[in-house]
Ligand binder design. Sequence first.
Ligand SMILES: NC(=O)c1ccc[n+]([C@@H]2O[C@H](COP(=O)([O-])OP(=O)(O)OC[C@H]3O[C@@H](n4cnc5c(N)ncnc54)[C@H](O)[C@@H]3O)[C@@H](O)[C@H]2O)c1
Length: 240
Amino acid sequence: MQLQDKIILVVGGATGIGKATAALCAARGARVIIADINETAGAETAAAITAPFIKVDVTSEANVQALYSQVNEQYGRLDVLIHAAGLLKGAFTSIEELTLDTWKLVMDINVKGSFLSVKHATPLLKKSKRGVVILLSSGAAQSGSSSYAYGASKGGVTSLGITLAGKLAPDNIRLNVLHPGNIRTPMKLSVIEADAQKRGESMDKLVADSHLGEPEGVAKVLAWLASDDADYLRGNVFTR
Ligand SMILES: NC(=O)c1ccc[n+]([C@@H]2O[C@H](COP(=O)([O-])OP(=O)(O)OC[C@H]3O[C@@H](n4cnc5c(N)ncnc54)[C@H](O)[C@@H]3O)[C@@H](O)[C@H]2O)c1
C-alpha cells in the first residue's frame, strides 16, 4: 500500500481515531498535517510524528478557509482529507431535556464542520488529480445513538457524503464515508463514564462490557482508504 509523499490532512487529528490515523499514515511515508481545535493535544500529537499542527475550529468558516489557505501556500495541493473532527454530547439525555444549545453544537461541529471542510478542501483536492475525501460518520447513523443530536448529526454526515461522492467524481475525487463501531477514544470513554455515573456502576465494568475496538484498528482501514489501492471502492464503509 503506497502513501509515499501523499499530502494527507487529518482534521480532528489531535486525539483518538484521527491521532492513530495520522501516526500510521506518517509511518507509511505520507506527508501528514494535523488540524484540530485542541491546541495542546494537537501540537503534542504532531510533534510525535514530526508533522505540522494547525489550529482550527471547524464551525468557523473563516477558520476553515484559513486552514486550507495555509495548506495551499505550503503544499500547493491536497491528496487526502480525513475529516475526523466530531463531538458527542447529550448522551442519555431524554428528548424532553435535550437543549437546543446541545443540539446546535453537535450539529455545527459534525455536520456544518464536515460541509465547510469539504467545501474549502475541494479546490486543493482538484489540484491533486487523484483526490480522496474520507468523512467520519458512525454506526450510529444506522443503529442509533445514546444522543439524539449525535445520531441525527451522523445521519447528516452520511447523507452529505453520499450526495457529494457523485458530484466530486468527475474531478477525480473519491469520497468514502467511514462508519466505525465502538472505539476506545476520549469521546467514547466520556460517554461510558456518563453512563457509569448514571447507573451507579463501575467504569471498568462498563468499559469491559462495551468490547471496544482500538483506534489503531480503524486507522488501518483509513490508511488503506487513503491509498490508491482503494480506488475502486465507492460509498459507505463500516468497521468494527
Ligand atoms: N470512538 C467511537 O466509538 C466512534 C464511533 C463512531 C464514529 N466516531 C467518530 O470518529 C471521529 C473521531 O472521534 P474519536 O472517537 O476519535 O473522538 P476524539 O474526541 O478523540 O476525536 C475528535 C477530535 O475532534 C476534535 N474536535 C472537536 N471539535 C472540534 C472543532 N470544533 N474543530 C476542530 N476539531 C474539533 C477534538 O479536539 C478531537 O481531537 C468523530 O467524528 C466521531 O464521531 C467515533
